[in-house]
Every structure is written in structure tokens, then in C-alpha cells.
Design a binder for this molecule. Sequence first.
Ligand SMILES: [Fe+2]
Length: 588
Amino acid sequence: MNLLSIQTGHNATIGLMENGEITALLSQEKLDNIKNSAAFPYDAIKAVLSERGLGPQDIDEVVIASRMIFPQHCLDPRGQEVVSDHLNPPSTIRFVKRLEKGLTGVLLPWVFRFARARRHAKLCAEGVAHLQNRLHEIGLSDKPLHFIDHHLCHARGAYHALEREIGNEALVFTLDGMGDGLCATVTRVGPSGEWQRIAETPFNASLGSIYSETTRFLGMKIMEHEYKVMGLAAYCKGYHLETYHRVFEPVINIDPGNPLSFRASLDTSEFYDYLAKHAVGERFDNIAGAVQHLLEDRVTRWIANAIHATGIRRIFTGGGVFMNVKLNKRIQEMEEVEQVWFLPSCGDESNPLGAAYARAIELGQRVKPLANLYLGIGYQRATLAAFIAQNHLVEKYAVSEPADIEEAIAELLAQGQVVARFSGRCEWGARSLGNRAILAHPSHLESFFTVNDLIKARDFWMPFAPTVLDIWSSRYLGNYDPARVRAPHMITAFRASPLGVQHLRAAMHQGDFTIRPQVIEQEVNPEYYRMLQAFERRTGVGGVMNTSFNLHGFPLVATPEQALITLEKSGLQNLALGPFLISKKEQP
Ligand SMILES: [Fe+2]
């Protein structure tokens, strides 16, 4: 049975499950080259069906990763930014909300409840009509259509993608800005897989919204640049605590009536307005440090409460807030936690994964965990050779086909050169995992500046990260214990060991010497692993600096066309395109 699952709206993504196994996951942004593209994912659906040799007739059911579909989720807003209503409401909605908070709302609360419910129902009905039109256009309108709760998607995605030891109890935590009316849930999984949601928090007591609105207050892009606030926070050395106590501490806490949920002293979707009143004049880095402190404190206490209440110490996490690798570092260091699994790229782009798992479980199917994240589109040698010929690349560049492209890449890296590696199927999610990667020697701090100068133009406080051979991981990472937490996807961080600082100097946070690694095992990506071994033979270093292959502000490259544009528009010297090496010619 084949299930096609769809996340519409911000970072629209699709998933394909064939007989209980996820065989493809692809975001629309990889095709239209618009970061976090909210376009209806036609291109992604077509590309995945083509990759798997299927057509619309081969799909048995369509699964939507939400109970609520709004019209803006199913339009085709190419080139336009679509941000959720709750985070950036139109002025009329803000006006009505103000009215509701005033005397009118106190006297006539039922009027506002009724109006809100009506508007909501009307928008949802419109959204479903749009969705059915979009499915009709792609030949899928005759398929049974199922809608799965947003936080169930986050939870099912985290648990089933990562759980390899069925028979053990577990807790699954979800945490995001909001989705289907909630922002946090706790689920207890019994030894036979019994699934019981034991707590939930409504959307207006959201740590995710507080973090996002703080990002916006700091002049950065909401629902995209939260990681920059986290990166900035690492430079705080305690000065932020005053800001925390004055501005952030009173706003949200564990609910005294239910220690597994949160309670806020205001509607957190309006947190920007609160900051505008209470945080003007606070230093930008103290604000970043304070919101990060708030997040780490509240989430670790929430998790500890759930562990104490249930006695279950194996945990799984999903939802966009757990993209915060510094939060994850704190969680894995909690003495209450015995084992933790962090879903990679756990924003809403992971929800097609959870939607497919949830529907398959409803159908009584046996589902399989993810083997790896190389679930996008790939290109054969013949296709890449034709691409090189069609674009006359030999006239402009030095093009060769080395006997072993991985050895050739390793040699260039060992010489201190930077190489973009385009190989196999592209990785799903926000992080490069080697197949669409810009690689450099990690030991030389110059690599940090060279890669920034050549292509990335990242903010000066933001770190790069390494890929590390599994056999070197415990030598580079402090407190690394793979039985407790595994780190194959750059979704958590560790303190660097002294040897780690020496070998991976350019690929760590320069403010606190923490590392967000991709620890790679041979069976996950044998070719990339071989390249790392070749680099290790030449240098004695067990890792490389790995940053995503893209121009600043664009999504991770997926196609040869995007790879070529990135080469041409940047100072990048070398592109390993499948088995071919394409290098810019020396200027005379
Ligand atoms: Fe979400």
C-alpha cells in the first residue's frame, strides 16, 4: 500500500510510504529554490513519483498532516512569503482582539467566541475546497483523503522514525509555535506500543511563539532565524540573567495545576507587543541569552516532571522547538534522562513523516524506522554527463572524471581547498549530511573565514559544524555516549574535547566551543564515509567541516542546475558533481 502524505503551507513537504517504509521525503523548496517555500508542493510530488517510478494511479491514499487546512496553505504563492495568521495577524484581526480584551469583550465574551468559531469554520471549509482542487490538478482527487492531528504527526514522526527497540516504554514530547490549536504534548508509549497522550498545552501558552516573536523583535526573520538567536545566546556570560528576570521570567511557567503543561500570564501569540513595552533598551545579546535561558529552564523542568510522574526515562522529541541544539544538549545532560532520541529537522517539514506513520498504524500496518535521511532526488552518472555536455561546461571549467572522486575530494580538502560535494539522493531537511555539502579542512580557522567569504556570507556570530567519523566521535566530543544519545543528524550539541578543539577548530561555535556534529557510520553513507577515511589518511583528522551547499538565503541545493548556479554565483572553486570534478580555471 502506498501513502502520499502532505504538509501544506510554510516549508511545504511531501512524504511517500510504501508498505510501511518511508521511501521519499522532499520539500517543495528543493524544487522551486525558495527557502521554506509555501507553494502547494506539485513539483515535489511529481519529482518523488518520478524518483520511485510511480504515477498518481499507484497512490492508495492521501494523508494531510493537519486537521485544519486554511486557504493560504493551498494557494500557489510562488515567490511570496506566507507566514501563519497567528504569528502575523492582519490589522483587522488585531483590532478585534484588542476589542475583545477591553470592556466589550468582558461584557460580551460569547459574541467573540461565536465570531471566532464561525470565521475558523469558514476558513477551514475554504481551505479543504482549495486542497481538493490542487489534488484534482495532479490526478489525486479520487483517492481517500485523511487528516491527521498536527501534534500527533510530530509525535508519531519522532517515535516511529527513530525507535528501534519496540517493547520498551517511552515518553514522546512535542513542542512548537502552534499547530491545530496546541503547542505542546506529552505522550506515553506502553511496552506493546499503546499510545496515550497524557498532557497538552493550548497554543496561547507557547514557548515556541515566545522564541519566534523574540526573533522578530530582534529584527530577524520569524520562523526561520530562530537558530541565529540561539547562536547569539552562546556569547552571553551571565549578563543576560537580569534581562531574564525582568522581562521573560514572569511570562510563562509550568502550570501549577498540571506539571506536564505550561501556563502563560498573557497570550503568547502577542508576545511581540509585550516586548515592545518591556524590552526596549535591553541589549540585543542579553535578550537572546534571556529567551534561551527561559526555554532551557522551562523545557527541562517539564521533561523532568513527566519522567517523575511516569517513571519512564527513555524519551523522544519532535516539533520545531527541538531544532534548538543547545536546548537538546541540556536535555541529554539531565540526570533523569536515560536515553533520548531527537527527530532531525523536526519542524513542520517532518510532519509528512508522522502523518504517514499515523495512518499506517490506523490501518494496522507494520512500520519501519528511517534507515537514513537521503530521501530526496538523485541523478545517475549518464544524466550528469548529459548535463555537463548540454551546458558546455568543458569550455568554461576544468572538467575531469577522476578514478575515484572521493579520493580526489579528500586530496583537495587536505590541500586546504574548499569543495562542494553533490552526490546520490539529496538529504531531507535543513542540514547538509554530505550529499549536498560544502566541505573544508576543519582544523584551520581560516576555513571558517574562507567559506564565509567564498559563498556563505553567514552572520559573523554563527558557527559551522563538522561531519565526524564514528570511530573518532568519543575523542572529539565531551560526554559522548551513543548508548544515551546518538548524533547522526546535527540535531544536538556537545562540548568539544581538547583534541576536538585542536582538530575541529573551524567547525565549532567560536563563543563556547560546542560542536553540533554529524557522527557518521559507514552503512549510512558508504561513499561519504570513504571520503572521510581518505581525508583522515592524509591528515590524521577524523572529520571535515560540512556546511549546507547553498547560496546565502537559498535552500539546500537539490538539482544539478542549482549546483551550477551556486558555483557560478560564488567564489567556490570546486564542484564534485557525481563522479565528475568541475573546477574553475586559474585566471591568467
Ligand atoms: Fe508544528
